[in-house]
Design a protein around this ligand. Structure first.
Ligand code: ADP
Ligand code: MG
Length: 678
């Protein structure tokens, strides 16, 4: 049985067992699926195809008796000449004096080692008598822990393949295997470890990439189907007439992309199943406008709505703008941690009684004390900042409310289908007309003076500027100290007629609000800030965004910050002060100056950082694949997604016995399936 402990293998004692356990290897199956992270190739190639200074394997005839010399206390050098093709190659072997007795003129040997193209010399690390045919040409290399030599791991993996190969179950139905010409599972496992050649290896990998993606997609889509079907009767019959008049009263015409997204959302609302949708769009693309219309729709259907945002400042801004939009149409209230006492009790009471139509707030919204009369629509802004549990808690406050997640972090399409495979996605990929793209420049730290005079020039023209100061990771304290220093510096650089403000996370809410208010009213010209201005804040008169030490920010964050400007009709500028050391840092700055398209940026970011880091270390829930790579194997992912959709729609997992093994495997995943099966 594949579930047997590795200690069943002859030769694995207690010590080795616990060492292997540390590598996550407990069962035979674990060993079989412990795939190499690379392969050493011992393929014999013609001398002309070898690369200087790289590892090579050659085969030849020993033409002279090896000569042995000693140096130092225990060191030795064995040299001999090999006839390879028509060349005489010098072979050098260190500290293996014993080999002198084994190698003689006339022997054929295969040697592996570092190749010196200029001197036609090889520094041998491995040798074997006889022709290369007698050796495995491609050798697996595994991730190791101290104490477990590579040869040991190879030995036991090989042993488990030999002993258990016939027990490895096939899980893909034949029709899929045949459609993509995938090798069978047992054979593919052997080839993953000991490939006969590169082509066999490629097919084995192809199989596991597809298998991993298919299983993943089936799980996600099952979950999604479950979300949809487990809830019925939440159709919201909104009032079309009122909705139309509301939209017409807006001071602008919706963009095509906004109209499309809105239609998708409204369709979900009308439908008796619960909506679980992600609304993606760049900063300023008009997501909030769409969300507000949807909220209003829900209110005309007699329901309440909730909007949860990550920061108090943002909550307050949304509160202000929604109050204006809903003037005379709906009652809006704000609930944050800093609203206390009698006022808080009153708000909670009115929400419970249904007197408040829309409640806006931070995490405060998910506390137990918050009870709705009839919550029908939930919006979670910047959803990646909240954990899965928090999102769910808010959702569970209503009886099957429709849920809309919003994010201004454009997520590459590649990641969106994996990360959010259980959601529907709407994308606003178009900016409202008349916006001028922000001009972005990257300058070295030594140009700071010129940057400061540029700010002065813009201010002289009536505009305002943000200055974001260096972010010091893990230290709130230092962040603030930095901000204060920069604030003092700029206050002394500029004349008193250019008032500078300071904003950071440690200010009290009233102070923050006051500073923001002063900046919004153009009483402050320059706002020195930490990244707290990152999300949401809207001051259209600000046309300059200067970011100190820009190399310390991720591309997405830089893009978010840049989104604070370019909100009005005047040309805006983003200046990145940065002295990146590495190539990746330079590349990031270059990309920032070349594109303002958030989706393009995120694709580039993904390429530079890889999917693991894309969401930062806090982000959970990104799947890990053994063989597949979401970016590189994107096409396979698409294929698997399509196939999974078909399998789910036709209910083959439950109805078609050929899909039984796949079904069993998927239903084993307690974490995901717990929700579906309970
Ligand atoms: P987001 O939430 O995507 O950052 P908002 O909905 O806050 O974007 O919109 C940004 C600004 O653009 C707001 O001032 C909003 O009133 C305005 N806006 C939204 N949609 C349009 C549109 N279709 N045409 C013009 N301005 C718009
Ligand atoms: Mg917004």
């Amino acid at each position: 049985m594949l579930t047997q402990s590795i200690s069943e293998l002859k030769g694995i004692g207690e010590k080795l067992e616990s060492q292997l356990n540390e590598l996550g290897l407990f069962t035979i199956e674990d060993l079989l699926f412990y795939f190499p992270f690379r392969y050493d190739s011992y393929e014999v190639k013609p001398l002309t195809e070898l690369t200087h200074n790289e590892k090579a394997t050659i085969e030849g005839e020993v033409v002279s008796e090896p000569s042995l010399s000693f140096f130092g206390r225990k060191k030795s050098r064995l040299t001999f000449t090999l006839q390879v093709e028509q060349f005489a190659v010098k072979a050098v072997m260190f500290n293996r004096a014993f080999a002198k007795k084994q190698l003689h003129a006339g022997d054929t040997v295969t040697v592996t080692g570092k190749w010196d193209q200029q001197r036609l010399q090889i520094t041998v690390s491995q040798f074997k008598k006889g022709e290369s045919k007698s050796q495995a040409p491609i050798q697996p290399v595994y991730t190791l822990k101290e104490g477990v030599p590579l040869t040991t791991l190879r030995k036991y993996i090989k042993a488990s393949i030999d002993a258990y190969e016939h027990e490895i179950p096939e899980i893909l139905p034949e029709e899929l295997q045949r459609a993509y010409k995938l090798p069978e599972r047992p054979q593919a496992i052997r080839q993953m470890h000991y490939p006969d050649n590169r082509i066999m290896l490629k097919h084995a990998k192809r199989r596991f990439i597809y298998e991993e993606f298919l299983i993943f997609q089936l799980k996600m889509q099952l979950l999604r189907k479950h979300h949809r079907e487990s809830t019925t009767g939440n159709a919201q019959s909104y009032d079309n007439g009122k909705l139309t008049s509301f939209v017409q009263a807006l001071p602008f015409e919706l963009t095509q992309a906004q109209k499309r997204s809105l239609a998708e959302i409204l369709k979900d609302m009308k439908n008796p199943h619960r909506m679980n949708r992600l609304l993606q769009g760049d900063v300023g693309s008009g997501k909030t406008a769409v969300a507000a219309i949807a909220l209003y729709a829900s209110i005309t259907a007699g329901k309440q709505g909730a909007l949860m945002v990550p920061t108090e400042i943002l909550a307050e801004q949304h509160f202000q703008s929604l109050m204006e939009m809903f003037e005379g149409r709906a009652t809006v209230a704000l609930l944050t941690g800093s609203i206390k006492g009698k006022k808080r009790r009153e708000i909670l009471e009115s929400v419970r009684a249904g007197d408040i139509d829309i409640l806006i707030g931070t995490h405060a919204l998910i506390q137990d004390e918050v009870e709705f009369h009839d919550l029908g629509f939930v919006i979670v802004d910047e959803q990646h900042r909240f954990g899965v549990r928090q999102r769910r808690t808010l959702r569970d406050k209503g009886l099957y409310p429709d849920v809309l997640f919003m994010t201004a972090t454009p997520i590459p399409r590649t990641l969106a289908i994996t990360a959010f495979g259980d959601m529907d996605v709407s994308v606003i990929d178009e900016m409202p007309a008349g916006r001028k793209p922000v001009e972005t420049y990257w300058v070295k730290g030594e140009m700071t003076d010129r940057v400061l005079s540029f700010i002065q020039k813009e201010i002289d023209q009536g505009h305002q500027a943000y200055v974001i100061c260096p972010l010091i990771e893990e230290s709130d304290q230092l962040d603030i100290q930095n901000a204060v220093e920069l604030y003092n510096q700029l206050s002394s650089v500029y004349e008193p007629n250019i008032p500078v403000g300071l904003m950071h996370g440690r200010l009290h809410n009233e102070e923050k609000e006051e500073v923001m208010q002063e900046f919004a009213e153009n009483r402050l010209k320059v706002l020195v800030s930490t990244t707290v201005v990152e999300v949401g804040v809207n001051v259209p008169n600000a046309t300059v965004m200067v970011i100190y030490d820009a190399e310390r920010f991720g591309l997405s964050q830089l893009h978010q910050l840049r989104g604070r400007v370019g909100r009005g009709s005047d040309q805006s500028y983003c200046i990145l002060l940065a002295d990146p050391k590495g190539d990746v840092g330079k590349e990031r700055m270059r990309i920032m100056t070349e594109t303002t398209d958030g989706f393009e940026l995120s694709e580039q970011d993904l390429k530079l950082r890889g999917p693991g880091d894309f969401f930062g270390r806090k982000q959970s829930g990104m799947p890990e694949f053994k063989v597949a790579d979401m970016v590189h194997d994107y096409r396979a992912l698409e294929t698997a997604r399509r196939d999974a959709a078909e399998i789910i729609t036709e209910e083959r997992l439950d109805k078609d016995s050929r899909y039984r093994p796949l079904r069993d495997l998927i239903y084993q995943d307690k974490q995901i399936m717990g929700e579906v099966l309970d």
